[in-house]
Design a protein around this ligand. Structure first.
Ligand SMILES: [Zn+2]
Length: 51
């Protein structure tokens, strides 16, 4: 499993996102995505699944 770029917890699914705080694309877990999706300039770039 890959790790979340924000909380570094391993998970199977990550969301590729950017925001005003994270100007480069990051991969984050669902929990962190909940937070990131509320930030300004949020954009969603897909979902990464690992086995
Ligand atoms: Zn996370």
């Amino acid at each position: 499993m890959k790790k979340c770029d924000l909380c570094h917890k391993p998970d199977k699914v990550h969301y590729r996102v950017k925001s005003i705080i994270h100007k480069e694309w990051i991969f984050c877990c669902k929990e962190c995505w909940n937070e990131t999706s509320k930030q300004n300039n949020y954009s969603y770039g897909g979902t990464r699944k690992s086995r």
